[in-house]
Structure formats: structure tokens, C-alpha cells
Design a protein around this ligand. Sequence first.
Ligand SMILES: [Fe+2]
Length: 253
Amino acid sequence: MTNRLWDWLKHQFTYQNSSTDQRACFWQTDLHSHLIPGIDDGVKVLEESMQCIRQLADWGIQKVITTPHVSHERYPNDSATILQGLKTLKQQVELEQLPVVIDVAAEYMLDDFFLQRLEAGPLLAFGPERYLLVETGWLARPLFLDEIIFRIQTAGYVPVLAHPERYPYYMHDPEGLAKLRDQGCLMQLNWMSLTGRYGAHTRTQAKLILKNNWVDFIGSDLHRPEDLPALQALFSSSFYDSLKAQPLRNKGL
Ligand SMILES: [Fe+2]
């Protein structure tokens, strides 16, 4: 093979790969990640944040709304801490001239102190509808979940449940998930759930959520650069095309 032919083939291969990646995230906005260094179980240092953000931008993400954990016991982050982190990230993104907008919200744990937090407000929501990303503990459904959802709504937010496919207590309760969605609680699927990162049970549940067309938002829930290969696996998986049929609201946030 001549050098010229080799160069041409190399160029074609590189071009095809990069063009596939650049349009891979057709949903354009990622709204669930842990990319403010050192304030939760996500990235520890700024360089790790930037590795994640550079890769998301390469995959076609134009806006990253990063969402640190907020809970009473483990992650008592307040809005000021999170907004300070945003400033740091924005400065670095600007310095590197990355084609991506950075914003913040939070992933609020529905613990015993959540309603006090809601009352004290305002909470860090995102989008014109004031979407509020919430999660629950793994062991059991919060006792007064219906009431909490209602209170979030009456406070002027639209509740969005983070990774509904990951809660063991919903694994055998598809009716419970259906009811939640009927109540107006939207759903955010983790895209790593479809690539098997959290195991077979979670993937089965993610398939059920896809089958019902309940994916209102797709999110990376990116915690560290080591998660990136598991995210990339989606683009060549059989689930990728079925995401296009979901009622995604990611764009335009
Ligand atoms: Fe998360």
C-alpha cells in the first residue's frame, strides 16, 4: 500500500469517527452530572471536570447543566457553594475556548429535610419550566412521596426523578412508576443504564421505561472520566435509535 493511500484511508477513518461522535448526542443538553470538583462524590479536581466536559463537547453536547448532590447528611451543599463552583468551571471553559455553555442546578435528595429546604427556597432548577431534579434513597420509596411531589409542584417547579430505572423498590412495581408520571413527575434516564454499567436489573428496567416512552430527559450522570467509555458504548448499542422516539425535552434548556 502506498503512503498516499494509507494517509487517505487514515483520514477517512478519522473523519468518519469524529463526525459520528460530533452528532452522537443529538439531545444537545446534558442535565445530570457531578462535575464541580470536591463537593460531592463526583470529580475531585478541575482537570477531571475538564476531561469530562471536553469529551461531552466532542460528542455534540452544547450545554452542560451540572447537578451536584444536595442532601442533609452526606452532601450539605448550599446554592452559594454550587454557584462558586460554576464560576470556576466557566472560567476554565472560556480559557480553553470550548464550544459549550456551562450552567448548574442540583440533584436534591428527597430526605426528611427536603420540605424545609423547599420552603426556604429558591432551589436550583433548570429550564424555563423550572425543572427540579430529585432523587430518593435506594432502600425504600419515601413514605410521603405523593405529598412531596405535590408540594414541589405547588412551589412552582416541575419535578424530574433522576434515574427511575435504578431504584430497587420500583423494579417490580411498574404501576408505581406509571402513577408517578401520571402525577406529573417527569423522568430522567441515565444513559449508562442502557449500556449495562449498573447491571442487568437496571438495564431491564431502563428497557421498560423506553418501551413506555417515558424518557423525558436523558442524562449522563457523569461522575468521573472513568465513566466515559461506558457512556460511549451507547452510540453503537441497539438502544441508541430507540432514544430518538422518546419525548425528550433536553434540547433548548
Ligand atoms: Fe447523580
